[in-house]
Design a protein around this ligand. Structure first.
Ligand code: SF4
Length: 440
């Protein structure tokens, strides 16, 4: 009988990457993925506790599982991701039906975790024809785990442990396998990805050069960067390696030096703006995203105004904004009250979104008439879509496109969050092998 499994994930792209690797391993053991948790023999949940809303969704999912497992006690449940602490006593008390905890601090190879979890001793097998079924144009790949910093609001170092880099040969093998299955773009992930390799005597720039040599891989991105760790070597690698996209996610979190100090970010706004200016001079056409937390402990109206002013000055392409919510074990929870009222946090969040919508529409309007190379990802409501090298979503009409093609488009119109494009009339189409499954 075939083992049916269901892998669920929420939160960051690292969870998405780990969930995909887990699915691959379960499939390689002869398992078959199913969309509905109710039909699975094995359920693996990749949890997130970075924000309260995400954590609540994990609890909701576990309550759903509780009901299903009551009727099907043979189901095996594994909880992975950042909800899994060193001591799982409380979780085990609340959810006694969980069979296995997979800690993100564990460096045991995933395959061993799966075999251990399922008590499998079947020979490892992967049918390459099976593997070709999936269309996976852009895939996240975890290159390092953990973080040595202690930003006062952040729970990640407690859950994912200290910084550890995966060997570059192992990463390369994983990417080569993805490319054989149709992946054309990889997004390299690390809590501070710029620090990749410092514990194994290499650098992210060298890894980027190494995986650039993989035939069939068209694009490389990486997340998430840190202002004091993004050095000149890395900027020059992005600028000089053709496969590495001009796309950087550099969180600033706040535009006020006192708030940054309370957050223990380890830099001032001046340093951040200096790094952004240097990046823009070294990397032409850079797409820049940042993250902001509003309503951090004690954030005054003046401090918030400084964040708005910084965003007006830096004019990022994208701003991810979140409201502060206190998390267990963090220094901010212990040191200060969560004293910005929820309504005020919402107002500040809305104010940033309004400002950023205006900035994005102006930046995007500047692209109308330009020629952009996009990697086609799929079709949505009769429109094909893909992304520019700077990570802008572009929709276009085409009768013949396929996921995985790299196409030249002329941008015809723009809004704050996407662009519309027209296929160039005499495109030098770059159709990539192998072909993807055709839509019915
Ligand atoms: S750099 Fe700060 S915010 Fe990012 S994972 Fe590390 S502790 Fe958390």
């Amino acid at each position: 009988m075939t083992l049916r499994f269901h892998v669920w994930s929420i939160g960051c792209q690292m969870n998405t990457a780990d969930a995909r690797r887990m699915s691959d391993e379960l499939e390689a053991c002869g398992g078959e993925a199913c969309d509905r948790m109710e039909e699975a023999d094995v359920v693996v949940l990749y949890s997130c506790v970075v924000r309260e809303a995400a954590e609540n969704k994990v609890h909701n999912e576990l309550e759903r599982i509780r009901k299903v497992k009551a009727g099907r006690p043979s189901m095996q449940i594994a909880l992975a991701g950042c909800m899994v602490e060193d001591d799982v006593t409380d979780l085990a008390r609340r959810y006694p039906f969980i069979d296995r905890y997979l800690s993100p601090k564990l460096d045991l190879p995933l395959r061993d975790q799966v075999f251990d979890f399922l008590d499998l001793d079947a020979p490892y097998r992967l049918d390459p024809e099976d593997a070709e079924r999936f269309s996976m144009v852009s895939q996240p790949v975890t290159v390092s785990q953990g973080c040595n910093r202690r930003c006062t609001y952040c729970v990640i170092p407690f859950r994912r442990g200290v910084e550890r880099s995966r060997p570059s040969a192992e990463i390369r093998r994983e990417i080569e396998g993805l490319v054989r299955r149709g992946t054309r773009e990889v997004v390299l992930l690390g809590q501070i990805v710029d620090r990749y390799g410092r514990d194994i005597e290499t650098t992210l720039a060298r890894l980027l050069a190494d995986i650039s040599e993989i035939d069939g891989l068209e694009r490389i991105r990486f997340l998430t960067s840190y202002p004091v760790d993004f050095d000149r070597e890395l900027m020059e690698a992005v600028a000089s390696l053709p496969k590495v996209c001009e796309d950087v996610n550099l969180p600033v979190q706040a535009g006020d030096d006192d708030v940054l100090r309370r957050m223990a970010r380890g830099y001032k706004t001046e340093l951040y703006e200096g790094v952004v200016a240097e990046m823009r001079s070294v990397i032409p056409g850079l797409g820049l995203a940042t993250d902001i937390i509003v309503g951090f402990c004690g954030e005054t109206e003046t401090e918030f105004a400084n964040t708005l002013a910084l965003l007006e000055r830096t004019r990022c392409d994208v701003v991810h904004v979140a409201m502060y919510s206190p998390r267990a074990n963090t220094a901010s929870l212990k040191l200060w009250p969560d004293d910005v009222p929820l309504e005020e946090k919402r107002r500040r969040l809305h104010e940033i979104e309004t400002l950023q919508a205006q900035v994005s529409v102006e930046i995007n309007a500047g692209l109308v008439g330009s020629r952009q190379e996009i990697l086609v990802e799929g079709i949505r409501r009769d429109k094909w879509y893909g992304r520019t090298r700077s990570n802008k979503l572009v929709f276009f009409d085409s009768a013949t496109s396929e996921p995985g093609q790299v196409l030249p488009l002329t941008i015809t119109s723009a809004s704050s969050w996407s662009l519309q494009g027209r296929l160039e009339s005499t495109p030098t189409l770059k159709t990539l092998e192998p072909p993807w499954p055709q839509p019915d």
